[in-house]
Design a protein around this ligand. Structure first.
Ligand SMILES: [Zn+2]
Length: 234
């Protein structure tokens, strides 16, 4: 069995400096153009570079305010990765479908293979964000709209994945950007990935902004390699 990497692109301008935090906040609350020279998605780019050096493919989830620029869609930076929608306006199936349609239009001809939910119900983040986290509802939508709700937001890797219709759902993940990420927690993740597929969740902004997250990620990658545990996508 294997490790599965999920990347949530929450902050379009990153969060390593005060200016980046402000720019990301403006982008999610109002609107900011996606200008690469001003640092748009620079943190995802840095993280993807690290992944390409390690030959790891991931599931990347974009919010409407953090969609990749046109040059990425035409280029090869996202090649081999699976793209998804990080849904915000989940009030009902229609608001969700509107977001999905917008994301599809933007990413065309690239494919959206699944979706996840932004936020776990505790706070509102951005103008279009509907905070409640309602996984059962999303599982129904997945079948109705024929797009898998692949990963849930629980901070738990012990709950097994479940099949529904022709799709799979992983209710929880190991959140690598949490203070409990120490050597023994990482070893536990690798051990479990020898038995089962285990999802690792990272917010790519934290890879640049928080030293411990970068260290933890690098350490997990090297432990997995030493112990012959591979990374896959679903
Ligand atoms: Zn998010």
């Amino acid at each position: 069995m294997s490790l599965v990497l999920r990347i949530d692109v929450d902050k379009s301008y990153g969060r390593a400096t005060f200016i980046q935090k402000v720019a990301s906040k403006i982008a999610e609350s109002y609107w900011l153009p996606s200008i690469e020279s001003l640092g748009y998605l620079h943190d995802l780019k840095a993280f993807l570079l690290f992944l390409s050096e390690e030959d790891i493919k991931a599931h990347i989830y974009f919010r409407i305010c953090s969609l990749p620029p046109q040059s990425w869609i035409e280029g090869n930076i996202l090649e081999g990765h699976k793209l998804g929608l990080h849904a915000e306006d989940t009030r009902n199936i229609d608001t969700f479908k509107n977001e999905l349609d917008d994301a599809r239009k933007h990413l065309n001809p690239m494919n959206i293979s699944s979706f996840t939910k932004h936020g776990s119900g505790n706070w509102k983040s951005g103008r279009n964000h509907y905070p409640p986290y309602e996984p059962d509802k999303y599982l129904h939508w997945a079948e109705e709209l024929e797009i898998p709700f692949l990963f849930g937001n629980k901070e738990d890797i012990n709950e097994p994945s479940a099949s529904y219709g022709e799709y799979k759902h992983f209710p929880g993940a190991f959140w690598i950007d949490r203070p409990y990420t120490d050597y023994s927690a990482l070893q536990q993740v690798v051990n479990q990935a020898k038995e089962d597929d285990v999802v690792v969740l990272i917010h790519c902004a934290d890879f640049l902004a928080i030293e411990q997250v970068e260290k933890g990620m690098r350490q997990l990658v090297s432990m997995a390699r030493q112990q012959n545990v591979s990374w896959i996508t679903h």
